[in-house]
Design a protein around this ligand. Structure first.
Ligand code: 13P
Ligand code: SF4
Length: 311
């Protein structure tokens, strides 16, 4: 029974006792973002996990992110407050099907979004995040054929932007797929002049109206640099917490779903992590990520390729 416990203080105590670092994604609840040692996008969180000298990484994010931390820092204990924190993109791409798809296209390399399982990473050549995809794609020779998975919207966006044909895996993020173009245009009409910043996981019906398209950190930096005082944010709305912290005088509005508000765009997987579960994970060092060594080394190759090409 956790009633009566000062969770913040207990987490603080355990963080020191365990020599743990708490990493959090921008889609986490504000209270988790606020106590994290570092909050970032997928690429930044991977880098932090690779370079930390802590003994324990407490990952407030989804499972594939915690697995990346374990792949890059195998000697560390990596805990995830809720093992059920998955991702619809990962679910859309079962490793056996992805393997068969690759085998059907042997002259293609697999450029794969980090939102996938460790098995799919092991079957890929280069991993990308939304913040590194453009830089990495530009380093791949123009005549090299490419399979891009599992997010067809990010793949389609890159394809259009760089006029580069790619074979797209048909996965989507259920969160970014839920924004409504009709409601977005209504909102824009109510706030004339307010720019729209969108994540590339959004469908073209949303991205085509955006003044800026980029990763969560990219969107946050865009907010910090904008001149106006209102921004429409087409990504998971918990990132607005960081915007309000950094820019208290400005207004940030989450892009709406079909019901006219932004609550349907909360990532149900990210939302599984809570203060209570983080406390228990630090106390028990469970649930923890374990990855079989051969699989880890195979997945590490495509992640190392990303880290090298992204810098
Ligand atoms: P970022 O790398 O932009 O933080 O994206 C992660 C993610 O899951 C978006 O849905
Ligand atoms: Fe996956 Fe979408 Fe949630 Fe990101 S927001 S973790 S892509 S389901």
């Amino acid at each position: 029974d956790l009633k009566g416990l000062d969770l913040r203080a207990e987490i603080e105590r355990l963080r020191k006792e365990r020599n743990a670092v708490i990493l959090a994604h921008y889609y986490q609840k504000p209270e988790l973002q606020d106590l994290a040692d570092f909050v970032g996008d997928s690429l930044e969180l991977s880098r932090k996990a690779a370079e930390t000298d802590a003994d324990v990484i407490a990952f407030c994010g989804v499972k594939f992110m915690a697995e990346v931390a374990k792949i890059l820092s195998p000697e560390k204990t990596v805990i995830l407050p809720d093992m059920e924190a998955g991702c619809s993109l990962e679910d859309s791409c079962p490793p056996e099907k992805f393997k068969a798809f690759r085998e059907a296209h042997p002259d293609h390399i697999a450029l794969t979004y980090i939102n996938c399982s460790t098995e799919v990473k092991a079957l890929s050549d280069v991993i990308v995040t939304s913040s590194s995809a453009e830089t990495i794609l530009q380093q791949i020779p123009a005549d090299q054929k490419i399979i891009f998975g599992p997010d067809r919207h990010l793949g389609g966006y890159l394809s259009r932007k760089f006029n580069r044909e790619m074979l797209l895996w048909p996965g989507v993020c259920i969160v970014h797929e839920a924004f409504s173009e009709t409601e977005l245009l209504k909102l824009k009409a109510q706030h004339p002049g307010a720019p729209i910043a969108a994540h590339p996981e959004c469908p073209p019906t949303i991205v085509d109206h955006a003044d800026y398209v980029g990763s969560t950190s990219g969107i946050l930096n865009y907010a910090k640099a904008m001149e106006g005082d209102t921004l429409i944010v087409a990504t998971e709305p918990h990132i607005i917490h960081q915007m309000e912290r950094a820019l208290p005088g400005k207004t940030f509005i989450g892009a709406p779903g079909a019901d006219g508000n932004c609550n349907c765009n909360i990532c149900p997987y990210m939302a599984l992590n809570t203060m209570e579960k983080l406390y228990i994970a630090l106390r028990d060092l469970e649930p923890k990520i374990e990855i079989e060594e051969t699989l880890r080394l195979d997945a590490k190759k495509s992640l190392d390729a990303m880290l090298e090409m992204a810098s």
